[in-house]
Write a protein that binds this ligand. Structure first.
Ligand code: BES
Ligand code: ZN
Length: 657
């Protein structure tokens, strides 16, 4: 059932009040799981949660597409609200314009509070230091974001699918929440939040939270009954949406998107938001989401976030997906028409356990988020699509890891990576993802599925709604898996080597896929000239088989051979973004110029960093390629997300242009 959200309704004042969430916050559980010694400090935050903790955030923001700013206030509830503390409150900011800071007095009124903004660091931004009065309860910061905020992309109508309305979305992970909200921007701190967001009429706001509509569904009748994202009220010329997140989450999971969105229900707890021209295709592609949710619950216990919806973003979204709670943000490039790329949905859904429920306390512990999530993803794929597909995805991932290990510096091959002085994004490689998942598979194989499944489920329960370090996991592992039962002759998984050493232990399990062996035979026959392209037995090949086929081909490959493949299989025209990406990489490597118009078109229309980075990096390897890259980048750059631009500017040494 589809409902257009752009139909805005007017409400009487009384109903209007009922639709808004009360600003009273619920008390989150305290964060446990780690101590607060200096060694534990998150090196990517200026904040001082060991002295004062922010427990709740109340956001009140107006979205201006003209100024490309968010403007309003953030009210932070502090703990403890005490008279004994003397330390100032330190918050993270990056590029924020702070206009006024007020602190709550014992009387409940807000009075101006002295504050200073430190010298900005390129990676970390600037600390905001606020002197608190003797009694302090809440602190309110009036501010606006910069048009250059790294978390925010402001899209013109031309950059959207509908072409009629502008679009805004945020990407807070890893340390960009501070570019649109002043807060303790560290995953070791968990907060609840409320938000009121004012947007131009006709547009819809969604957040990683419960929309106001869900509180009073019966009052609104059936018409809007299928729009769980929030029903707006009119405030002046703007429409105001209200949200609340009552479960404590880390700051990197606070998310906002604004655009012309349509909601389609998928299952009783699942649905998809997309621009109207994308809505039907998206709903079809993601129709297994409810099944995935049920499968994950069966393995790892109840889903604790209420709804699980997806938001399909415009193609400039720099990531494949982002696990914002209750509302995964996703690139449209996974809509292939045949569900072949939906393991991304499984991945973001899996984060509802690994990452959002049990969270890495610092970015050095990032593998606790992504390695666990990749392991769980494969279990979901196996449950929903079968072991054969899961095995193929495992092999494809392991190939990428092995490639990466050939060139990655040893220090960056360590799961518990040292990121001091670096951007946490430097740690986002196949190491936390694929090496992390392989470590868990090693444990699974050594101790058996039954025991490992019970262990993992227990782990999620034990650390639910907590932010933990690698050492917390290791002690839990020692207690509940390695030493449980105390039998002799336990299988030997080199835990320390996995976590603290580069490379992959020799005893690591190696994935294999019988289906892929057949693909390799076909590829070999073609390479040897035993069979022409048209003679290859490729009937009913899935995306995975095609991908493996392409990766099995040698470099260099003569242009004529590329042309033969293209004529037989139309790779340059592929509607599958992963296949197209792989093919375009090969086109650059082999100077197969017939694919260059398609390459330019792809680079001009897609902003997913995972695709852009290897393509540009491949182009700049030759002088002719570098010139082509520069000319395309000049045109494409204004349409890319700030996060992608930062990466690509380096590859193209753009500063010097
Ligand atoms: N949480 C990540 C995305 C992320 C990581 C953003 C670090 C910023 C910093 C998300 O869950 C993710 O891993 N996305 C992958 C897709 C996945 C299927 C491997 C992506 O975007 O490619
Ligand atoms: Zn992830």
């Amino acid at each position: 059932m589809n409902q257009r959200s752009s139909i805005l309704l007017l409400f009487s004042a009384s109903l209007l009040a009922a639709c808004n969430f009360p600003s009273k916050q619920t008390q989150p559980e305290p964060t446990k799981g780690h101590g607060s010694s200096d060694a534990d400090k998150d090196v990517h935050s200026y904040s001082n949660p060991e002295q004062i903790k922010v427990r709740h955030l109340d956001l009140d923001l107006e979205v201006s597409f003209e100024k490309e700013t968010l403007e309003g206030s953030a009210t932070l509830t502090l703990e403890p609200p005490t008279e004994s503390r003397k330390e100032p409150l330190m918050l993270d900011t990056h590029g924020l314009k702070i206009t006024r800071v007020e602190a709550e007095q014992a009387s409940g009124t807000f009075q101006p509070a002295p504050f200073t903004l430190g010298v900005p660091d390129k990676i970390l931004g600037a600390p905001l230091t606020i002197q608190l009065p003797r009694y302090h309860g809440r602190v309110r910061i009036h501010y606006s974001s910069s048009p250059n905020a790294a978390a925010l992309q402001w899209l013109t109508p031309a950059q959207t699918a509908g072409k009629k309305h502008p679009f805004l979305f945020s990407q807070s992970q890893a340390i960009y929440a501070r570019t649109w909200i002043p807060l303790q921007d560290t995953p070791s701190v968990r907060i609840t939040y409320d938000a009121r967001i004012r947007v131009p009429r006709k547009l819809m706001a969604v957040m990683s939270a419960e929309g106001n509509f869900q509180l009073h569904p019966t009052k609104l009748g059936n018409k809007i009954g299928s729009v769980p994202g929030g029903l707006p009220i009119l405030v002046g010329s703007m429409a105001q949406f209200s949200f609340r997140m009552t479960q404590p989450i880390p700051s990197y999971l606070i998310a906002l998107a604004v655009g012309d969105l349509e909601f389609t229900q998928l299952g009783s707890r699942t649905g998809v938001y997309a621009e109207p021209p994308m809505a039907a295709k998206a709903a079809k592609e993601f129709e297994d989401t409810e099944k995935m949710l049920a499968s994950t619950e069966k393995l790892y216990g109840p889903y604790r976030w209420g709804r699980y919806d997806l938001l399909v973003l415009p193609p400039s979204f720099p990531y494949g997906g982002m696990e914002n709670p209750r509302l995964t943000f996703a690139t449209p490039t996974i809509i292939a028409g045949d569900k072949s790329l939906v393991s991304l949905v499984a991945h973001e859904l899996a984060h509802s356990w690994s990452g959002n429920l049990v969270t890495n306390a610092t970015w050095s512990d990032f593998w606790l988020n992504e390695g666990f999530t990749n392991y769980v993803t494969q279990r979901i794929i196996e449950a929903v699509y079968g072991a054969e597909r899961a095995a193929m995805e495992e092999v494809l991932e392991s190939q990428e890891l092995m490639e990466l290990l050939k060139t990655l510096p040893e220090a960056d091959q360590i799961l518990h990576i040292n990121l001091a002085g670096r951007n946490p994004e430097d740690g986002v490689t196949d190491i936390p993802y694929a090496k992390g998942a392989t470590f868990l598979r090693h444990l699974e194989k050594a101790y058996g599925r039954g025991r490992f499944d019970a262990f993992l489920r227990g782990y999620f329960d034990h650390f639910a709604f907590q932010s933990i370090r690698t050492s917390d996991f290791v002690s839990y592992l020692n207690q509940h898996l390695l030493r449980s039962g105390g039998e002799t002759g336990q299988p030997n998984v080199p835990v320390d080597e996995w976590i603290y050493k580069p490379g992959i232990p020799v005893s690591a399990p190696e994935p294999s896929s019988p289906v892929f062996s057949k693909v390799e035979q076909q590829a070999q026959r073609w390479i040897n000239g035993q069979v022409p392209s048209s003679g290859l037995q490729t009937a009913n090949w899935s995306y995975h088989e095609w991908q493996h086929f392409l990766r099995s081909l040698p470099t260099p490959l003569p242009k004529e051979r590329m042309a033969q493949l293209d004529a037989a299989f139309h790779f340059s025209q592929s509607g599958n973004s992963e296949i197209l990406h792989q093919w375009l990489l090969m086109a650059i490597r082999n100077d197969y110029s017939q694919a260059y118009p398609r390459l330019e078109e792809f680079l001009m229309s897609v902003g997913r960093r995972k695709f852009l980075k290897p393509l540009y990096a491949e182009l700049v390897k030759t002088e002719a390629g570098r010139l082509r890259a520069v000319s395309i980048y000049r045109k494409a750059r204004p349409g890319y997300h700030p996060i992608a631009i930062a990466t690509l500017d380096e590859i193209l040494t753009w500063d010097q242009k």
